[in-house]
Design a protein. Structure first.
Length: 379
């Protein structure tokens, strides 16, 4: 659909959203760059976007805007620096190897050496395990089929409530603009809507575990200012004397819940589509294997014992493949934002209006849908 619109209207079009609401559909790269780059907080999340964030992460960063978002982001930033994230690569490799071993065993043990594998579910298990371990030092054991309530509560969470919203749900989300966030939260927590029971269960379990983990950190010795893990950062922030770098306990548990979701769901979907594309394009498999084998050979020749993270970053075909998968299969194809003030969107490619006028900038004042500029293969 987006490609059809792009071909018909160019990079920006006025559309009618739910209940005939005026909106702007944007896929022009310069316009998107302007929205994302402009002073950070010049565009806020729309009420529907905040309603979804509320369901998944209550007071967490995903639903926050303005000063609250700035404070939460500042507090969490030390745990998301490039060196900190890179330091987790052995954890990522460990779970990737476990999953590959499971698949190899399954295939080797099957008659004829072939077996049906549920890639999406298995990756979901591996990603929940990886994110909970790397971010919170908590072991869900999903890959080992452990009976862990937290791990189970994250399995297929998005598809349970959000991937195909009913018309009633879309209309309800629309009306959240006219309700207070507290009231919306209370409704979401109590309405008998399909899929919400799984969300409520996930919330209860995630908050119990997050509370326990936080308590453990607070009662242990908090480390000094050396490299900090996310739990240490959180624990320090709850007791910070400075209001600008403090987070309440409920904000903290909300962050943990949303990070577990945002980390595992995105990675599961992206990797599932990556493997699907590889299955569709054996020629890409051959190129990737050749590149990976060459890097392994170089690593061994250097005495590094295999492929290091720097080698992965230096593999041109692998890097291009990952970027293309994210472009073709974005986990969040539509990002919802609206300007805080009336504004003018610059366009990289001018559009011609019905009256024949060439438009290089679009003035706008309403809510709009910001669209990721990917090209699907059907366009
Ligand atoms: C393939 C991997 C990923 C993709 C494609 C992805 C994509 C995105 C996108 C598009 C947003 C913006 C949503 C919006 O503003 O409406 C976002 C936000 C966010 N993501 Fe990811 N993400 C990925 C992995 C992760 C991981 C691994 C984590 C954590 C462990 C994570 C945590 C978050 C958080 C906390 C936010 C909210 C940030 C904020 O509001 O400042 N994501 N992600």
């Amino acid at each position: 659909m987006d490609n059809k619109w792009r071909n018909a209207f160019g990079g920006v079009a006025r559309i009618w959203h739910a209940l005939g609401r005026d909106a702007l559909w944007v896929s022009d790269p310069q316009a998107i760059n302007y929205i994302l780059g402009k002073g950070g907080y010049a565009f806020e999340k729309t009420p529907e976007r905040r309603a979804t964030a509320l369901l998944l992460g209550d007071e967490g960063i995903d639903g926050a805007d303005g000063a609250t978002h700035r404070r939460q982001r500042r507090v969490m930033e030390p745990a998301f620096t490039v060196p900190v994230v890179k330091a987790f690569s052995p954890t990522f490799v460990q779970y990737a190897e476990s999953l590959c071993l499971q698949w190899t065993d399954l295939i080797d043990g099957s008659p004829g050496g072939s077996s049906v594998v549920n890639i999406a579910d298995d990756l979901n298990c591996a990603m929940v395990d990886t994110v909970c371990d790397a971010a919170f030092d908590y072991h869900t054991g999903c890959l080992q089929n452990a009976d862990n309530q937290l791990g189970k509560s994250y399995m297929n969470l998005m598809s349970a409530f959000g991937s195909r919203p009913s018309s009633a749900r879309i209309v309800f989300d629309y009306f959240t603009e006219y309700l207070t966030p507290r009231f919306v939260a209370a409704l979401y927590r109590n309405l008998p809507v399909k899929g919400f029971a799984k969300l409520r269960h996930n919330r209860a379990v995630a908050y119990t575990i997050a509370g326990e983990l936080l308590e453990q950190r607070l009662t242990g010795n908090l480390p000094g200012t050396a490299q900090l893990g996310l739990m240490d950062v959180f624990a320090r922030a709850t007791v910070s004397p400075d209001a600008n770098s403090r987070m309440s306990r409920s904000e903290m548990t909300s962050q943990m819940r949303i990070i577990m979701f945002a980390g595992s769901e995105t990675m599961t979907n992206t990797l599932t589509f990556a493997l699907l594309e590889l299955a569709r394009h054996p020629e890409y498999q051959h190129r990737l294997r050749a590149e990976i084998r060459a890097a392994g050979k170089d690593g061994r020749a250097r005495g590094a014992g295999g492929i290091a993270l720097t080698d992965v970053e230096a593999m041109p075909f692998l890097q291009a493949f990952i970027k293309e998968v994210i472009r073709f299969h974005p986990v969040a194809p539509y990002l919802y934002r609206r300007p805080m003030e009336n504004d003018v969107l610059p366009l990289s490619t001018p559009i011609t209006s019905r009256s024949g006028k060439v438009i290089r900038e679009v003035p706008f004042l309403r809510v709009f849908v910001l669209y990721s500029p990917f090209q699907d293969s059907t366009g």
